[in-house]
Design a binder for this molecule. Sequence first.
Ligand code: NAD
Length: 525
Amino acid sequence: MKPKRVLSEFRNEPLTDFSKPENRKAMQEAIERVRSELGKEYPLIINGEKVWLEEKFQSINPANKSQVVGIFSDADSDAENLVEKAIESATEAFKSWQWVEPEERAEYLFKAAQILRERKHYFSAWMIFEVGKTWTEADADTAEAIDFLEFYGREMIRWAEPQPLVPSPLPEKNELEYIPLGVGAIIPPWNFPLAIMCGMTTSAVVTGNTVVLKPSPDAPTIAYKFMEVLEEIGLPKGVVNFLAGSGTKVGEILVAHPKIRFISFTGSKAVGLKIYEEAAKTRPGQKWMKRVIAEMGGKDAIIVCDDANLDEAAVGIVQSAFGFQGQKCSACSRLIVDEKVYDALLEKVINLTKQLKIGDPTDPETQMTAVINQKAFDKAISMIQKGVEEGGKIVLGGKGDNSKGFYVEPTIITDVKPGTTVEQVEIFAPVLAVIKVKNYDEALEVANDTEYGLTGSVYSTSQEKLDRAKREFHVGNLYLNRKCTGALVGVHPFGGFNMSGTDSKAGGREYLLHFMQAKSIAQKI
Ligand code: NAD
């Protein structure tokens, strides 16, 4: 037997310090390289073969909408047939991939991590162009992708070890093994186009499954760049098949297919619920109940108590609400403030927000840029109007400009009443609803009065209040005296309650179990 590789303990990938001239230069060069590669055509990948189609769709730069990032063969044009072929390819590949030793499967992930690490800025630069990430947001996305690869690789090795069982009273040898499920559909969102897409795909693969990956039509290029990495590391053909197309066509056909054993989805509540329902129907020829891992939206709140450090709170709020234009499932979209500190806090939040530099994401100084597409722009603007109609007051921002890209001003709406639309519906844009409350009891009540339960944060200097939040604030990821975004793999396993999804806790020690089933084996001795 070949000797086991000694692995270092998992640690998060460090973020790049862009104040250092050499790092700035390296990123600038990566941006120029990617700029020179924009507008290329990309195929689908089925069983390792490149499939070019007549019909295409384009992915564009949201901050500069006339700039085409990538042109993709559109799987929608022959969806039934292509889904069938991709599933056939994955089914065939599963026959051998399921038997590849877990350590060997993990090794593929470590190799992919190494490539991402070596070409970090290149991958980040693609996100700058394709989804409007600023330098630091893109860098964090790439670092998180590396973390997922390193973490899930190690986790697979851990789950492959002998599992603890109670000694049998009978003369027998007992074992419990985790085995893969089969062929899965991987349906990621566009907002963490490298990290989430990579984490969802490789967690399924390292556990011995094979998959069909349908990237978001808003971020197919970065997913294709990751497919190139998988090819480079020599991942066997058919283990990951790539179908670029829409959710409503390719996505729906994939979800409904009887040969799909599980669906790993991250995205909006509406789509997640639809997938959950469709996956529950048994189709002719189907031999299993499909498993659904669905991580969905949020309406995340930060509570600021009367005894909070307001300067620290203001910084955390602005980062959580406006980082990546509010387009994180963890973003703070509700600010719940004790009336005793309401005016003082608001002034600080407004002042800090005014200082945000809005512009093109290729500029290293830019802190906020455009939202992802016209639909997101329209939704943000109509929600801001709705907020005003329902009695809110715009104290900052409120307008948009989509002449060059889909720019929405960082917007703060005060006097928002609990239960109104902007207080309940996920907007997924730089729009912060501010709610004034009388005391901490009311703050917790308002915070929990949502169908979601993803992230939340409380700022207070009272340990008693923080302890109460631990018990009473019903969210999957609770943060105390810090921002509610920026979960780290392994450190803050991520996933929400209620309509925020199945609480799969991505980047946590139990995550890989979603992609495996346990087999208990007893042999008489
Ligand atoms: P979305 O739901 O519009 O799309 C997600 C994916 O589903 C895309 O690949 C899309 O093409 C596909 N899809 C759309 N309709 C489908 C259908 N009928 N059948 C099958 N697939 C379909 O979400 P989005 O705009 O890409 O992402 C933003 C959403 O994702 C927000 O709600 C955000 O909160 C959520 N999100 C959640 C997490 C989390 O961990 N909980 C993380 C990131 C994003």
